[in-house]
Structure formats: C-alpha cells, structure tokens
Design a protein around this ligand. Structure first.
Ligand code: GTP
Length: 266
C-alpha cells in the first residue's frame, strides 16, 4: 500500500487526479469481511467486530503508479443478501467472501454471485467480482476445497483467491489492488466515469422484486434508465451506511480502534 491510510506517501506516483473506485465487500456473517477490510487499511488483524454495523472507509492508494481514491463498503447483510440496492447501485467492483472452514458461507457466496449476475443482466453492465476463500490459516478445518472455490469462480467468470486476514498483509493488499485493477479496466472500457442516474418518475413502476422473478434474494433495485433523470446525490450525502455520527465506529467490540469518517486512524 503506497499510502499511510488516509494520505499518500511521498513519491506515490504521478500527480494526476485520482480515479475514484467504490468497492463493496459481500458475504455471510463471520466470513471475515471486516477483518480483511481492517487488515488492508491498517495492516492489523483485529479479531472481534460488532456484526451489525456497516461502515464505509476511504483510502488513498497507488495502484500501478496511478493514484486511486478507494472507498470500501464493509457490508453487514446478516445471512442472506437484503436491501441490496445500497451496494448494487454504488460499487464499481465486489469482493465476495466466504470462509474455507464454513460450507454455509461458501453457499452464501454463491447466492451473492448469482445476485451480481442478475444485476449485471438487468442493467446491461458488467461488474467485476472477486471470490475470496478467507481464513486460509484454518485450512486444517477446511470444509471447502480450493478446487471448489475455483470452480465457483469459473462459473461466474470472476477471479479467485484464497487469503487470510491474519496472515501476511501483502496478500490481502494484492487482492484489493486486483479489485481496483478490474474496476479500472471496466470504467476505462465503458467510460463509466459519469455519475449514476436514477429515474425520477418511473422508479416506483420499475421496482421489480427479485424474489418475484427469480426467488433468489429479497432484494429490489431500480432499473436504471437514461430518460428524465436526476443525478444521484454524491456519495457523501447518500445514506449508504448506517453510521450517522461523525465517527465511523468500527465493527469491533473493543473500544480501542475507531475510524474517523474523515478517513484517518488515530
Ligand atoms: N483464523 C482466522 N479468523 C478470522 C479471519 N478473518 C476473520 N476471522 C475471525 O472470524 C470472525 C468473524 O470475522 P469478521 O471480520 O467479523 O467477519 P464478517 O464477515 O465481517 O462478519 P460480520 O461482522 O458478522 O458481518 C472474527 O472472530 C474474526 O477474528 C482469518 O483470516 N483467520
């Protein structure tokens, strides 16, 4: 990571305007979404988090000598995807996390990948996703083989990595940077730098619950259209996360680590 979380180190690459990339981390409770997020942002493994809080963090990164303003939404969906539009309409790329020692979390990751595939079909856009088999350090309790993870990733055409939030930082950083590369490729390919739009008059008619059509997840999302549109509020005003105060309390129970919404650690 070429920046101390929140500000780039000297020599962090050419001073062009940083590309903005939004990354959402999805997966069943306990898969390790928060631990991976905090490892990437702080190089530390923190063991306990409050499972109910959802936070969005920001970090100035340098990926392949290019500055990137990276936002990471550490979601908290409980056990199945719900109210998905908060991340489906926000993220440029997704990390779908399961734990190699939990068959249930692996099946949960398959539901998320199916949801993302449906969203891509509905919006006629493609969204890079990376499948992560976390807790590799617990391989002796494996319930999901590497081959099964690779096969699932292959089915959805996404990259696959096995990682551990409590082992080396470089491996976790590599995965986040791979997600940025995938998002950047997609943005450059589809020049998606334009802000997302939502239909004003037609939002109600276009809300089509996925459960009605696909029995998959209790998620609904607006079908995006480009006529008579109002620009979506900037991320800072949008209610993307449950955090209301000026401090983004991390999900860990212990009071020692708090992440300021102003994107720095202290
Ligand atoms: N051994 C090991 N434990 C991990 C790893 N990643 C997370 N954990 C532990 O697994 C538990 C769940 O981790 P979280 O990061 O809270 O998982 P989560 O997906 O954010 O789950 P929720 O907070 O419920 O949404 C915690 O006790 C972590 O310490 C890992 O790579 N290895």
């Amino acid at each position: 990571m070429a920046s101390v979380f929140g500000k780039p180190r000297a020599g962090g690459g050419p001073q062009s305007a940083p590309l903005e990339v939004n990354l959402a981390i999805l997966g069943r409770r306990g898969a390790g979404k928060s631990a991976l997020t905090v490892k990437f942002l702080t190089r530390r493994f923190i063991s306990e988090y409050d499972p109910n809080l959802e936070d969005t963090y920001s970090s100035e990164e340098t990926v392949d000598h290019q500055p990137v303003h990276l936002r990471v939404m550490d979601t908290a969906d409980l056990d199945t995807p719900r109210n998905c539009e908060r991340y489906l309409n926000w993220a440029h790329a997704f990390l779908v996390v399961y734990s190699v020692d939990s068959r249930q979390s692996f099946e949960g990751s398959s539901s998320y990948l199916e949801l993302l595939a449906l969203h891509a079909k509905e919006t006629q856009r493609s969204f890079p996703a990376l499948l992560l088999g976390n807790k590799l350090d617990m391989a002796q309790y494996r319930q999901v083989t590497q081959a099964e993870g690779a096969a699932l990733a292959g089915r959805f055409g996404c990259l696959f990595f096995e990682v551990s939030a409590c082992l080396d930082f470089e491996h976790v950083q590599h995965v986040f940077h791979e997600a940025v590369r995938e998002a950047r490729r997609e943005l450059e390919k589809n020049s998606l730098a334009r802000p997302l739009f939502i239909s004003e008059e037609r939002a109600v008619h276009h809300q089509t619950p996925l459960t009605a059509r696909h029995g998959l997840a209790s998620c609904t999302f607006n079908t995006l259209s480009t006529t008579s549109l109002k620009e979506m509020p900037a991320v800072a005003q949008a209610k993307l996360v449950t955090v209301k105060s000026s401090r983004a309390q991390s999900k860990r129970k212990a009071p020692t680590l708090t992440l300021l919404k102003g994107f720095k650690i202290f």
